[in-house]
Design a protein around this ligand. Structure first.
Ligand SMILES: [Mg+2]
Length: 365
């Protein structure tokens, strides 16, 4: 990403070979020159784009139940009837609020830069429901200008068009589809209880294997046990692990963190990242640290739990979001009030608490 923005309209003018294209370029240039007191959303090529579904941003449990039990017509009628009643915050809400606080700090330091977080609301809701969503966004003072109402279609094409750095949804099928397309994505759940979170610093916690890294080492643990895994990791200590589905998001956070460091704000940086891994430091930790180093990525805190539960430690960190590929870690974290996001990737999906899930053959009728 460059600080110097390309002069898109001027470059395009020279290419405009027919009147239609020139008109379009002129319209685009006029739009870009419009002045507004409201900050403009940054262009996707400069922004760190976070796409959230309406059910992760807001708590729509009641509305969803109307949709499922009474059908789409009753659901839309309910939303229209209640459109002046703001929706309550959902699981991604504190994370989105924290992103906006980081944006305020970035705008203070770099008033003309478009290297900011940009939030896109990705929803397959009926357009009639859009009014309630807009009213809720304004009520909660969120800056979300980009809406993508996909009308029930897969969001993947839109995620790519917006150059999405992270997609959060409550629908694990859509999340899996996004991960398969190489987009960082995770499934969110409504918190069972809520911890108080920092409103000055965005905290993001990542598991290592099958989240930041590929599941290549996880496969060894699952199939050959811990001792073979320790030997393997020692042997390949200097061979970086392949990247996992969330690596690019950590990289994007790192780019924004460096903008604070270069203004001498390292100690006061509003973004903090954590690696929370079940690996043991002495026997298998070096490889992950060396992998991060080989990628040129820093993580602020690396916590090696050597198999201990992650929930109590996360309760101390209080991240705005914690990513893990294994449901039992997610469940343990959620129980203690940590906002958790499941990354449905890798061999861990075939296991539950260390035991392989045996798929029952279908009964013959
Ligand atoms: Mg893992």
């Amino acid at each position: 990403m460059s600080e110097i923005k390309p002069n898109v309209s001027a470059a395009a003018d020279t290419k405009g070979e027919n009147a239609g294209e020139t008109d379009w370029n002129a319209a685009k240039a006029a739009f870009e020159n419009l002045k507004s007191k409201k900050p403009r959303p940054p262009k996707p090529q400069f922004a760190v784009t976070i796409a959230v579904s309406s059910r992760t941003l807001f708590n729509m449990v009641e509305e969803r139940s109307i949709f499922e039990k009474q059908g789409v017509e009753k659901y839309v009628a309910h939303q229209v009837e209640h459109e002046d009643e703001p929706l309550k915050p959902g699981p991604a809400f504190p994370f989105v609020k924290a992103l906006m606080n980081v944006n305020s700090r970035l705008r203070e330091l770099y008033p003309d830069s478009e290297e900011l977080f940009d939030i896109v609301l990705m929803t397959n809701n009926h357009a009639q429901v859009g009014v309630r969503l807009i009213n809720s966004i304004n009520h909660h003072d969120l800056s979300i200008e980009r809406f993508c109402m996909t009308g029930g279609k897969s969001p993947i094409g839109y995620l790519k068009a917006y150059m999405t750095n992270l997609y959060l949804s409550t629908d694990s099928h859509k999340v899996t589809e996004a991960i398969d397309e190489g987009i960082a994505a995770a499934t969110m759940f409504l918190a069972e209880k809520e911890n108080e979170l920092s409103d000055t610093q965005l905290k993001v916690a990542f598991d290592g294997d099958a989240v930041l890294f590929s599941d290549e080492s996880e496969v060894i643990v699952k199939e050959h046990g811990l001792d073979t895994f320790f030997q393997h990791e020692k042997k390949f200590e200097n061979k970086p692990l392949a990247q996992g589905p969330l690596k690019c998001f950590l990289e994007a956070l790192g780019k924004l963190q460096r903008k604070f460091y270069s203004k001498n704000e390292r100690l006061n940086c509003p973004i903090r990242t954590y690696l929370v891994t079940a690996r043991s430091a002495a026997s298998s930790g070096a490889r992950v640290l060396k992998t991060l180093r080989s990628w040129g990525l820093e993580i602020d805190e690396a916590l090696f739990l050597a198999g201990a539960p992650k929930g109590p430690l996360l309760q101390k960190i209080r991240p705005h979001i914690f990513f893990d590929d294994q449901m039992f870690h997610i469940e343990g974290a959620k129980e203690l009030g940590t906002i958790s996001a499941h990354v449905p990737y890798g061999i861990g999906q075939k296991y539950h608490k260390g035991t392989k899930i045996i798929e029952q053959p279908k009964q013959k009728e």
